[in-house]
Design a protein around this ligand. Sequence first.
Ligand code: XMP
Length: 512
Amino acid sequence: MKEQELIIILDFYGQYNQLIARRVRECNVFCEILPFNTPIEKIKEKNPKGIIFTGGPASVYLEDSPKCDEEIFNLGIPVLGICYGMQLMTYMLGGKVKRAFKREFGEIDVQINNKSLLFEGLDDINKCLMSHQDYVENVPEGFEVIGSTDNCKIASMENKEKLFYGIQFHPEVNHTKNGTKIIRNFLYNICKCKGTWKMNSFVEEKVKELKEKIGDKKAVCALSGGVDSSVAAALINKAIGSNLTCIFVDHGLLRKNEAKEVEEIFTKQFDVNFVKVDAKDRFLGKLKGVSDPEQKRKIIGEEFIRVFEEEGKKLGKVDYLIQGTIYPDVIESGVGVGAKIKSHHNVGGLPDYVDFKEIIEPLRDLFKDEVRKVGLELGLPEYLVYRQPFPGPGLAIRVIGDITEDKLDILREADYIFRDAIIKNGLDKDINQYFAVLTNIRSVGVMGDERTYDYTIALRAVTTSDFMTATWSKVPYEILEKVSTKIVNEVKHVNRVVYDITSKPPATIEWE
Ligand code: XMP
């Protein structure tokens, strides 16, 4: 990896750090995210072509706010500071940062000087996402203002000689028009990158790295049959071949026909060691009477690990557990500094003690659509790569409240009817995740001449590329009507069907 051109992203606890990394990768440049206090020697050693400071929630003038080594500004390497990163650059180089009365938030017109290398090819005015309360009042010596809004006179600045750039807005989010162009300009015009990095480089480098790391030791891969774990398995399989065994756990929380389908794919179409474990009783036993979503997730996370440990022991000495964790799992589990949204079973739901030498997560830095690209690169079939995601905790987080076999059966049937309708009507090309939820609500209905008091099923369908944000899908009424009728007619103990019209945020995709 040393010979690659590299951009270092210094992490100041911003919300969008991985999104910045992803935009850099989209521009075909390799990048690494390092903590803000990475020693200067380590940065020098890596010989980056440029450094990006991320945003962050702190205020630079507070004593304990995160700050980097001052020497960074003497390395002769271009720096781009984003939001907090720009304020930090200002503060450390002798400019002035102040707190405004009011927060500036939203998509705001930024007037820019497109003669600057950073803004080359952009319109004079661009809508950009602003989210700040602190602002730069005076630029440091040697800087010029190259962008402003009505409320923020210094929304962007440059020091052309030293190649230091600051932007108060966020170029990494979709809400900023031409955001990727700005990042591309920084990489190509200012850092002089050539853009030689591609997803196939990711595969090559990862396979090499994993080969060196695992050597001739054994590994087991937690395989759910979903995109992420299948791609992780294919990657490791390429690195260590038959020293890998994929373990598929049927925890009794799978969808209709799922266990059979996954087994078929991995035993008939792939040349991997595959073990299916029937662990229904132990999972459902542990979940009995549990209704809190976080507790469910923790129980499932732990039980998965115990099954992998036991299966590993049966195979002799297994040092490594491979998981298909991807970046949104990490972020939402609140690992690091972000807020915990939910403990994904493979991250925040892990028990304290895990009886493997190490857990390896080769896709931990990637977004879902990047994982799909890696899958295609590895030659996985499209139907597998574009399968809609299914969460590790399975139907446990789609049966609201406590879980019983009866409830699981109701949900499986309703979910199958909905999924089938989406696929048969060709909507699965545009809808990225669709499923049913068994709400814990029972309501009064009338069927024939009888009063019923039965469950409500909620249908959920969303459109998204990275699963970090999502929009509820506008499934045609006629299809919803047919699905609703079929569910109520055919699934016992359901007398009402509702459709979830909430996007993420403010909701999440799963209900628990
Ligand atoms: P949310 O509900 O957080 O979901 O908007 C985002 C994406 O992640 C999936 N998800 C999980 N996947 N383990 C997983 O493997 C989990 O614990 C988990 N929780 C949510 C969810 O299905 C959606 O695709």
